[in-house]
Design a binder for this molecule. Structure first.
Ligand SMILES: [Mg+2]
Length: 252
């Protein structure tokens, strides 16, 4: 078992996911959504308010996945998720509620958002090894820029990467193979020369392998590992890494 399925034509470049790979997005989302729900609907069921952040991030309506398929713009996706959460809390979100949510949520989210502490070293190490690096995320372009800036990574990403592919680049996101190929094109490399590193086994790791790249599955400490996913990863000979350092070491 290994932390990386190497790219078939030899490693020349690395594509990195952003959320929960470079940035602790899920913690910030949990905190921000719980806080926004409490402020917006303070009389809702307290047990459900306690779990509101997880519910919001889990997105049982699948609106974020629909966004990545190009079915919604970012604002529509966000409004659908807030309305779903409101319904679960027994509240109908009005247009005013949606506007207020954005204000409350973004304030808490950007305050809580942090880069993982191995990101800058990883980008520097890739540079030292002569590996080309770019970012590939399913989030929108504007939101990604704002998150990287807020987490203090905008400058290092500007200096040490070939750029960032977002859902806005092609109008769709992962797991579509063309977005991985576009990212490789940004690096000036063939898919068989690039490894993709992300936290979601299906849309990151397996999709990258399906698109002809190498891949790693990164699950940061404290992130649950679904037993079915662990088994599926094992069919590729993969076991999740907890840090980018482990991925780099496995790359050799
Ligand atoms: Mg991610």
């Amino acid at each position: 078992m290994t932390h990386v399925v190497p790219p078939p034509a030899g490693l020349r470049g690395v594509l990195l996911d952003v959320d929960d790979t470079l940035l602790g997005t899920r913690e910030a989302m949990h905190l921000a959504a719980t806080r926004a729900a409490r402020q917006l609907w303070p009389d809702a069921d307290p047990d459900r308010l306690e779990r509101a952040g997880h519910r919001f991030r889990d997105d049982p309506g699948g609106h974020f996945r629909a966004f990545t398929r190009g079915e919604h713009d970012f604002a529509t996706m966000r409004a659908l998720r807030v309305r779903d959460l409101g319904r679960w809390l027994g509240r109908a979100a009005s247009p005013e509620d949606l506007a207020r949510w954005d204000e409350l949520y973004e304030d808490a989210f950007t305050t809580a958002l942090r880069a993982f502490d191995d990101v800058v070293n990883t980008l520097q190490e890739c540079h030292r090894r002569g590996l080309r690096v770019a970012l590939l995320t399913n989030s929108s372009g504007d939101y990604t820029r704002a998150k990287l800036t807020r987490a203090g990574l905008a400058d290092v990403v500007e200096r040490l990467t070939a750029g960032t592919v977002t859902k806005d680049t092609l109008g769709i996101g992962k797991p579509a193979p063309e977005v991985f190929h576009h990212g490789c094109g940004l690096l000036g490399l063939d898919p068989g020369q690039v490894v993709y590193v992300g936290d979601e086994l299906d849309v990151d790791t397996c999709a990258a392998l399906g698109a002809g790249l190498g891949a790693a599955w990164l699950r940061r400490p404290g992130y649950e590992r679904d037993p079915d996913e662990v088994s599926h990863a094992a069919t590729h000979g993969l076991v999740a890494a907890e840090t980018l350092r482990e991925v780099l070491d496995a790359l050799g």
